[in-house]
Design a protein around this ligand. Structure first.
Ligand code: URA
Length: 293
C-alpha cells in the first residue's frame, strides 16, 4: 500500500490509523487492501468525518451502545440450525404490533419495501426510519449488528457512525468492503430510543426479517457482532467472550461471532481477539473460494 511518493489520501489514512491507535485500537493490519480500496475507504471515512464535524464539531466521544457482557438473551426464535419456523410458516395477515407476519417475499427489494412499513413492535413509533441494510445483497459475507443508533436512524443505513467506520476498517483489514463483498444489517431494524438495548419482544418481532434476509442473501459466511446478534444467531445465552473464537452455523452457513466495534472503541483488550475472529472468517471465505464459490 505504500509507494515512493505517498499520496495525500494515504497520509489521511495513516493519520486516521494513528488516531485509532491513540483511542486504544492499536492493531490494524491492512496488508490485504490494495491502494484503490484504501482510497475508497479513506474517501468514505473523510466524507463521513466531515459530515460529523458539520453537525457539531470534532468526532464524537466513543459512546459504545453495546454493553459487554450482555444481559440474558430474549426468548428468541430458534435458529434455523435447530429448525426455526421459517418466515413463510410465520404467516398470517398484516404486520401490526404482535400480529404474525404475512408470507415474506423472497425478493430482496420486496422484503425491504415490506419492512420499511413495519409496525410489529413499539420501536416503529419512535423511529425516524427503518434501517434495513447496506452493502451488496449478492455479498459473500453478511454482518449482523445489534440495532440502529442515532446516525443510522437519520440516514437509513446501518453502521454509519464511529462504530461503522471502525467496522469498515476491520473488514478492510481482511480484504472486504461493504460496496462489494459485504451485506450489513441488524437484529432490530429500528432504533431503540436513547440507544437502549433492544427488548426481547422487539428482537422476536424483527427476527423473521433477519431470517429472510439471510435466506435471500445466502452469504458464504455470517459475522455476528455484539452480544445480541451473537446470542440470537447461536440460539444461546452464553456470554460473547465464550462464544467467539469458533465456527458456529446458521442453517449450514458458517457463523463467526465477535465483539461489537463500539465495544472495541471502549476496550482495547478486545482488539486482539477480534482480529483473531476476523482471521477465522477470512479462512472460511478463503476455504470456500477453493471449493469453487
Ligand atoms: N450499532 C449497531 O449494532 N448497528 C448499527 O447499525 C449501528 C451501531
Amino acid at each position: 500500500m505504500t509507494g515512493p511518493a505517498r499520496s495525500p489520501v494515504l497520509d489521511h489514512l495513516a493519520r486516521w490509523l494513528r488516531q485509532r491507535g491513540e483511542l486504544g485500537s492499536p492493531q490494524f493490519v491492512l496488508e490485504t487492501m490494495d491502494e484503490a480500496e484504501a482510497r475508497a475507504l479513506v474517501a468514505r471515512v473523510l466524507e463521513e468525518g466531515a459530515l460529523e464535524k458539520g453537525r457539531g464539531g470534532v468526532a464524537a466521544p466513543p459512546v459504545p451502545r453495546t454493553p459487554e457482557p450482555a444481559p440474558a438473551p430474549p426468548s428468541r426464535p430458534p435458529p434455523t440450525t435447530s429448525r426455526a419456523p421459517s418466515a413463510e410458516e410465520d404467516s398470517g395477515s398484516g404486520a401490526g404490533p404482535g400480529e404474525p407476519l404475512p408470507q415474506l417475499p423472497s425478493d430482496h427489494e420486496e422484503l425491504r419495501t415490506l419492512c420499511l412499513d413495519c409496525t410489529r413492535c413499539g420501536l416503529s413509533e419512535t423511529r425516524t426510519q427503518v434501517v434495513f441494510h447496506d452493502g451488496n445483497p449478492g455479498a459473500r459475507l453478511m454482518v449482523v449488528g445489534e440495532g440502529p443508533g442515532a446516525n443510522e436512524d437519520r440516514t437509513g443505513r446501518p453502521f454509519v457512525g464511529r462504530a461503522g467506520r471502525y467496522l469498515d476498517l476491520l473488514l478492510a483489514s481482511v480484504g472486504l468492503t461493504r460496496e462489494e463483498s459485504v451485506y450489513i444489517c441488524n437484529v432490530v431494524k429500528c432504533r431503540p430510543p436513547g440507544n437502549r438495548n433492544p427488548r426481547p419482544e422487539e428482537i422476536e418481532a424483527c427476527a423473521p426479517y433477519l431470517r429472510q434476509q439471510i435466506a435471500i442473501v445466502q452469504p458464504e459466511a455470517i459475522l455476528a457482532v455484539g452480544t445480541f446478534s451473537a446470542q440470537l444467531l447461536t440460539d444461546s445465552s452464553i456470554p460473547l467472550g465464550r462464544l467467539r473464537g469458533e465456527i458456529h452455523a446458521w442453517e449450514g452457513i458458517p457463523l463467526v461471532v465477535t465483539y461489537h466495534p463500539a465495544a472495541l472503541l471502549r476496550n482495547s483488550g478486545w482488539v486482539q481477539p477480534t482480529w483473531e475472529d476476523l482471521q477465522l472468517l477470512r479462512q472460511i471465505l478463503d476455504g470456500s473460494d477453493s471449493h469453487g464459490h
